[in-house]
Design a protein around this ligand. Sequence first.
Ligand code: NOJ
Length: 564
Amino acid sequence: MINRDRNWWQDAVFYQIYPRSFFDSDGDGEGDLAGITAKLDYIKSLGVDAIWSCPYFVSPKADNGYDVADYRDIDPSFGTLDDWKTMCDEIHKRGMKFFMDLVVNHTSDEHPWFRSAAASKESPYRDYYIFREGKEDGSEPSNWMSVFGGSTWQYNEPTDDYYLHLFAVKQPDLNWQNPKIMDEVADIIAYWAGLGVDGFRLDAFNNSDKDQTFPDVETMPGEKYGFASQHYVSRPGVDEYIHELYKRELGPKGLVTVVELAYCPVQKAIEYCDPAREEFDMLYFFDMLNFDQEGYDKFKPIPFKVSDLKKTMNHWISNLHGKGYCALFIGNHDQCRALSRFGTTGKYRERSAKTLANAMYFLEGVPYVYQGDELGMTNTDFQSIDEYNDVEVHNYWNEHVVEKGEDPEKVLEILRERSRDAGRAPIPWDDSPNGGFTTGTPWLRLGAEYKTVNVQAEDKDSDSVLNFYRKLLKVRHGKQCIIRGETEWIDLDSDEHMSYLRKAEGETLASLNNFTDHEVTVCLPEGFNADKAEILLSNCGRDTLGGTTVKMSPWECVTAIWKD
Ligand code: NOJ
């Protein structure tokens, strides 16, 4: 299905599926494509317009599918190409679009291109990757640190040199400076477009161009490797590569893109989404995930301040206003659960889950709901290191516990709080064993609260987090003040609430959100006639704002709208 209206996504809501944890149709303990198909009515019932699924291609799953060994086929654990076609058809039949994850900054080391390239310097695929001799003393070609810890270089014995991997050892980076990579990727896009995909989420694409002189970088005291993002983030090649893909495949076929943007300055991001430059459509930036930690170290959490969240969102949204759209999300598969991080898991768990959604999803941008957030899922309570699956977790454990001898209990505590696996638990569909996710043994531990926090229970409860999400997505659609209105923050510096107005075409929407467990007063601007405001959404049964001074209960949220 080719959709030539390139702007349909501006009023859309996306649902993000992590397929391994979504629904297992065949009892092998892992979610699969037939499982997604089986649950499409559920997804549709949320009121979403498009689905983005994380990868399910042939892969050794060293990074859970972000290490692709065959771009044109489905990993047997997820099903077959026919299952994919059925899933895609069924999505379209329900009037939704389908985005796939395009992981082309790197491949798996088990991809036939890499196998050949690593085996011999004469391989026709040698220049598909980035190999370099070691330094004179035999050490790595540079001291760059990998995103998952350790060096970005891995020694390759058969050719006595090193290959570059910005991520895991099993994820060698493609050499985009070789024009053959462009041809290969354009072909992959054409292949999936031919099968009906509507768009792509481009994984790590702003890392595709590297400074191939590989200069050494500064390191932190006592560290061997240093953070080298200035040499591989948002370099000029990225614009060239995506523009060519746009010209060749994306533009003519009406395919829409959302690009993952790590460490990207907003001015560069504005260029990326400028329609005249024909590069990317939506921006999936990361800054909102980096402020409650020390620098770029996700495993060094610092207390969450709602004022930091607001300032980060304000920075992006005010700069992008009228120029482009960012993805609005509170969590994804690379994060612990948003509720455990920004909300509360105690007495006000449900209220705070609703408040997070209400605070984030009325901002300017395109909402992305990560599976399970609509249920109010919290972090998984892992008991030991053996229960974790993620390569990032195991690398961290090896570095900190095995090599540096740090206290294992303290490291486990950090991992429970901040690991990616904490947010990857299987979706609980009901209160039966394994939450109805699988009849087999789940590949990852289920969340502890699945007996009560599950789809079946929440579906029946009109006051559940799930039904709040349904209402929210319904009222959000079609309103100009939400799609393109200006944002006016109320008390941007407050550490107690996140509140703002959105205004367009004589209509104003107010989203007021108390982020504390005590009463908070939010003052609306002077002259506003509160009696005129219609309440669209409330998590405390509120039916009026009751004046310009709104006294809000703990973790209360409300959204109201009025005509000027
Ligand atoms: C970003 C993906 O979201 C993450 O899961 C993955 O590990 C890296 N890119 C590498 O592909």
